[in-house]
Design a protein around this ligand. Structure first.
Ligand SMILES: [Zn+2]
Length: 478
């Protein structure tokens, strides 16, 4: 199971355990629709669900649910056979059975005293269950079991409960704090405010103005800890993760080397691919476009999990705006990218015969991005801005936590996207979209014609894309 999925289940389970007293083995109140879906999708309920919930389960049904399945005819015999294996809990309708969904609802109403989790594919029943506080809902999404996140009424109920406890606990904590001289913080509700796909961390903010301390010692009295045990588990995780978040010396070195090498490879490979002298006069712009795009693939494939493989100051700015990185990351990223840019261009120059590097009187330096003669500088600038907007929107989407299940081959996807942008934009401006792609070659060839365009264009484009994405798509998303 993916780590994100694992954490999500745990978070949801913890919520029900802390606030509604759920315990293992979980009691799964199952209806025929769930068994049918499991059968059709070849899901082994007794095997897969405990794995998913990471704990023993007790599979339970009612006589009403079974009678309903029997009445629906032989087509459902397979699902019926599964359901009949489950423990029968008395629902009180044994003499006069009622429809399955009504029966299950009657079992979980009045505060769900038996701590049932309802397993159903029946949309109407699901909707009704969501309106009852403290009733977890499990369904199959194709083959995948899903424990739905707590419904609004459950969250509200839990919040009301905690608010009532807050004052007495707060007093108790303050008392303890003075007595033990320990730094103690109550965390009533943790709200994720910072989700980073790169460092795989979630930073929480405590609601009600309580600051989370990352190095406090938690030593709570038995009573308090029993109420808040699960919350504090969560807080401990936060502490560990936040230590990772604060970059250590080695953290800077690994990010710095990754960005340096990534940018070096990007510039080196792009320049090799764009060197007409070596590739021959028949070289098409398509050749250079693929070389530039797939060089991005190389950098992402090797370094994305280390530093995010920005290899581009504009992308780093984007990452800062959408909170993928913090301010304290910035110097490391920028410095290594600029050095990588120079190193990539130097490597290219050192392996290429000088006769191919000479700048013709009316031409541009080899591998130096230039605006087409038939365009004005401002048209060139606009092209760089527009291409950078598209590139950076795509990058934002690849960072979006909602996209975490579509990260396969992300290096290829972004690489091909850069190919597309190059296929169109290369003849216009060289489709740089990256100040570091342009900087090294400009320095090495001494050709700074319109060089500012290749800084301003990508940076403005990245900022527009990042702000747009953040305001339109991230604002209300947690
Ligand atoms: Zn019943």
């Amino acid at each position: 199971m993916k780590i994100r999925r694992y954490k999500k289940v745990n978070r949801n389970l913890n919520f029900f355990m802390t606030n509604f007293g759920f315990r293992k083995p979980y009691q799964l109140l199952t209806d025929g629709t769930f068994c049918l879906a499991a059968l059709n999708n070849k899901v082994n309920i007794a095997n897969d669900i405990p794995k998913y919930l990471q704990g023993e389960v007790k599979l339970i049904t009612t006589s009403c649910a079974i009678v309903e399945m029997e009445n629906l005819g032989p087509k459902l015999n397979g699902a019926l056979a599964i359901l009949k294996n489950y423990v029968l809990h008395k629902c009180g309708h044994e003499n006069k059975n009622i429809p399955g969904f009504k029966c299950i609802l009657s079992m979980v109403s009045n505060g769900n005293p038996n701590h049932y989790m309802v397993c159903t594919q029946d949309r109407d029943l699901q909707e009704k269950v969501r309106s009852l506080p403290g009733v977890p809902l499990i369904f199959l999404h194709m083959k995948t079991p899903t424990l739905e996140q707590p419904s609004e009424v459950s969250v509200k109920k839990a919040h009301d409960k905690t608010s009532n406890l807050a004052q007495s606990e707060l007093d108790k904590l303050n008392e303890l704090k003075e007595k033990e001289g320990l730094l103690l913080y109550t965390v009533y509700c943790l709200e994720p405010v910072f989700i980073s796909m790169i460092t795989r961390t979630i930073k929480y903010k405590a609601v009600k103005g309580h600051r989370i301390s990352f190095n406090c010692t938690l030593d709570l009295s038995e009573k308090v800890s029993s109420v808040k045990a699960k919350m504090l588990e969560d807080l401990k995780d936060t502490m560990v993760e936040s230590k990772v978040q604060k970059l250590t010396y080695w953290g800077h070195i690994s990010i710095g080397t990754a960005e340096f090498l990534g940018t070096t490879f990007l510039v080196f490979l792009s320049c090799l691919g764009a060197c007409r002298g070596m590739q021959g006069d028949g070289m098409s712009s398509m050749h250079a476009s693929f070389a530039a795009g797939l060089a991005v693939t190389v950098a992402i494939q090797i370094f994305a999990h280390i530093s995010g493989a920005h290899v581009n100051p504009a992308v780093t700015l984007n990452a800062l705006i959408v909170k993928q990185i913090g301010w304290y990351h910035l110097p490391t990223y920028l410095l290594s990218q600029v050095l990588g840019s120079l190193s990539g261009a130097s490597l290219f120059v050192s392996v290429t015969n000088t006769k191919y590097l000479e700048i013709p009187d009316d031409g541009n330096g080899v591998c130096v991005n230039a605006i087409h003669d038939d365009l004005t500088v401002f048209q060139g600038l606009l092209v760089e801005i527009l291409l950078s907007i598209i590139l950076n929107l795509a990058i934002c989407s690849s960072w979006d936590a909602r996209n975490s299940d579509k990260l396969d081959s992300v290096s290829l996807k972004i690489g091909l996207l850069v190919v597309v942008l190059n296929l169109g934009g290369a003849v216009y401006t060289g489709a740089s979209m990256n100040p570091c792609r342009s900087f090294g070659p400009a320095v090495l060839s001494g050709d700074y014609t319109n060089h500012w365009v290749y800084w301003i264009g990508p940076i403005v484009g990245a900022a527009i894309a990042a702000v747009t994405y953040r305001v339109l798509y991230l604002k209300n998303f947690k």
